[in-house]
Structures are given as structure tokens and as C-alpha cells.
Ligand binder design. Structure first.
Ligand code: MG
Length: 373
């Protein structure tokens, strides 16, 4: 057998991924939904997209990010529900309380996913035991299921948690990493999206093993510095540490319109109400921000962001409105191209006393205005 790479002996990482999280919470709280296809998103008559579908709905080909109208065509019996982020945030907190019994090094990726570093856990348990205990705590206390991957690093742990869904536990010890990766499609590598996948496939690279057999110089010619990451990742090597997020980096609001907007006065009006909401959110949280970012999604789903930094941190909606208007009028195609969504966020945050504020997660998740992705 090949020697185990020393970096695989440094850490024990767990990736926990809740199974069909939003849908599972709704099914738990409403037994009438059992056995029925369920989509969390919005009405199929609206322009909402699918945030989560349960496993019954997935049998009909319904997937996240698909329009609810499309989901309805695939399966008209589907129950469509609006998302209840306040509830999911609350459950997510309960899940994190369970994680905290085993380690303090927790990196949440979203409401339903997190990395845990359990290398030096308080109770001196095997990482796989901790994985099992988390699954049983979650199922006993919250009546939900999660899938768990246990591995020497984040890359492999995340792939492992997806290996046997739902309610799966996949443990990849250091000596199994190389063989676990070998047959996997390159798409499984973190950072390889559809475009890179296509380029790699075009070069005859379909699996991680193909990556390793391909001359590295040619790989580098194709992908630049990204080739290094892919080459390491194909061997299951990844040195990223689990980082505990402490600061909220931005706070924002966005709105998808019920119809694409083209008229500038109407867009300015929408922008004003977004700026007012953002200002109010900041005031409520005792924060000020310096950098304002406007996000525009056009009717064809292409998206741009444009930023402007104010001379000093502010929580004043009027200042945000003025800056946002300039951005919209000068830096976007407003008035020439139909717009589907506007978003406004403020970053470079500080508390009123002037120090960095400590909060988790990016966009505000406590109000229904948010468009989930
Ligand atoms: Mg999930």
C-alpha cells in the first residue's frame, strides 16, 4: 500500500449536512405533508425558485434553483410552501448547540451545513463516534436527519457527507483517502464548476485519477494556478483549516420583482425602499457601514455588483439612497435592460463605538424579503 501523506495525519474533520433541511423542518412540523412531494420556495404562479425540495419531489426531477413554475409542471401534486427563515434560523441554532458539545471549532457554511474540527475534542472520542453521536442527538432532539462525512480534511469530509444521503455516515480514514478519491468525477472537487468541468472533460479528464495521470505542465497551461489546487485535491489533499467566523461582513436586502422592471423612476423607487430597510436594519443592530454595494440581476439572469465607499461609516438611509442612485444610473444598464432583482448591502461594518461587530452569516436572514438561493 502507498504511504499515507503526512498532511492527512494532522486533522480530524467532520462535515455535517442536514437532509433537505427546509423541507424536513416543515414536514416535521406538519405531519400532513408526509409522503407528499414538498417544495419550499413559493407559489408556482409567482416567479419564485425552489430553495429546497424533499426526496419525494426529487423523484420527479425537481431540483433546487429551478423555478417553482417548472417544478409544478414536473409534478402538479407538489405542495408549495413559502420559506420561513426565522424558523430555520432557530433550528440551525439548536443544531449548532449540539455541535458545540463536541468541539468549539465550528465553521457554518449555511443554515444547514458546517465543518467541525474534532482533532482535539473534549471527550477524547474517535471522530467517527462523534459523527454518530451528532446524528443521534439531531434525530432524537430535533426529529431531523443529517448526513455526516468524517475525514482528515474539509475537501474529503464534504464529499463524504454527500456520499450516502439521507442519514448517511461516511468515514474516510487517512489510509483510504487516495482510493476514495480515485474514481470520483472531477466535478466533486471543491471549486470545479460546470465550466472547468467541461474544459477538463474536453481534455479527456473525467475522474480524479485522470487528473493525476495527466501531465501537470499541460494541466497548468489549461488552468493556470488553479491546476495546483486540482492536482492536490485529486489526491484528497487539502490544508485549509476550519475557521470560526466571527464577524458579519455585510448586511443587506434584496428583492426579486414580480415583473422585470425597465422604467428608471420605478427602479429608483424600489432602491429607496431597499435603502430605507438597510438603514433601519443597521440602526436596529447598532451598526454603521462604509461600503455600499448595489446588486443588479438582469432579466437574462446575468448579474453585476457595483460598490461605492462613503467618506465615513453611516447608518443614514438618505446617504445610502443618494449613493445607490448614482451607482444605478452611472454603473448599470438600468433603463436599457430589464431588471429582475435589485439588492443593496453595506459592508465595512463597525459598531457605533467604532469596533468591529461580531455576528454570524452574510445577508440578513430574519425577514422574508430576502431571496434565498
Ligand atoms: Mg443540506
Amino acid at each position: 500500500m502507498d504511504a499515507v501523506h503526512p498532511s492527512l495525519l494532522k486533522r480530524k474533520i467532520i462535515h455535517v449536512d442536514m437532509d433537505a433541511f427546509y423541507a424536513a423542518v416543515e414536514m416535521r412540523d406538519n405531519p400532513e405533508l408526509h409522503g407528499k412531494p414538498v417544495v419550499i420556495g413559493g407559489s408556482p404562479q409567482s416567479r419564485a425558485v425552489v430553495c429546497t425540495s424533499n426526496y419525494e419531489a426529487r423523484k420527479f426531477g425537481i431540483r433546487s434553483a429551478m423555478s417553482c413554475a417548472h417544478a409544478f409542471r414536473l409534478c402538479p401534486q407538489t405542495v408549495f410552501l413559502p420559506p420561513d427563515f426565522a424558523k430555520y434560523t432557530q433550528v440551525s441554532r439548536q443544531i449548532r448547540e449540539i455541535f458545540a458539545r463536541y468541539t468549539s471549532i465550528i465553521e457554518p457554511l449555511s443554515l444547514d451545513e458546517a465543518f467541525l474540527d474534532v482533532t482535539a475534542n473534549q471527550q477524547d472520542l474517535y471522530a467517527s463516534q462523534i459523527g454518530k453521536m451528532i446524528q443521534s442527538d439531531v434525530s432524537r432532539e430535533l426529529l431531523l436527519t443529517c448526513s455526516v462525512g468524517v475525514a482528515p480534511n474539509k475537501l474529503v469530509a464534504k464529499i463524504a457527507s454527500d456520499f450516502r444521503k439521507p442519514a448517511g455516515l461516511t468515514v474516510v480514514p487517512p489510509e483510504k483517502v487516495a482510493s476514495f478519491m480515485r474514481e470520483l468525477p472531477v466535478r466533486k472537487i471543491f471549486g470545479v464548476g460546470p465550466a472547468t468541468e467541461k474544459r477538463l472533460n474536453h481534455a479527456g479528464i473525467k475522474t480524479c485519477d485522470d487528473v493525476l495521470r495527466f501531465p501537470f505542465v499541460q494541466l497548468e497551461a489549461q488552468l493556470g494556478s488553479f491546476a495546483h489546487w486540482i492536482h492536490m485535491a485529486a489526491q484528497g489533499l487539502d490544508d485549509r483549516s476550519v475557521t470560526v467566523h466571527r464577524e458579519r461582513r455585510s448586511l443587506g436586502r434584496e428583492e426579486t420583482f414580480s415583473q422585470d422592471l425597465i422604467l428608471v423612476p420605478r427602479l429608483l423607487q424600489e432602491l429607496e425602499s431597499l435603502a430605507e430597510l438597510v438603514g433601519r436594519d443597521l440602526q436596529r443592530k447598532q451598526l454603521r457601514g462604509r461600503t455600499l454595494t448595489l446588486k443588479v440581476k438582469y432579466h437574462d439572469f446575468s448579474q453585476i455588483t457595483r460598490s461605492r465607499t462613503l467618506s465615513r461609516a453611516s447608518d443614514d438611509s438618505a446617504e445610502f439612497i443618494a449613493a445607490a442612485k448614482l451607482l444605478l444610473l452611472e454603473k448599470t444598464e438600468a433603463g436599457r435592460k430589464k431588471i429582475r432583482l435589485l439588492g443593496l448591502s453595506v459592508s465595512n461594518l463597525e459598531t457605533k463605538s467604532g469596533t468591529e461587530h461580531q455576528l454570524v452569516s452574510e445577508w440578513s436572514d430574519d425577514e422574508a424579503l430576502l431571496t434565498p438561493l
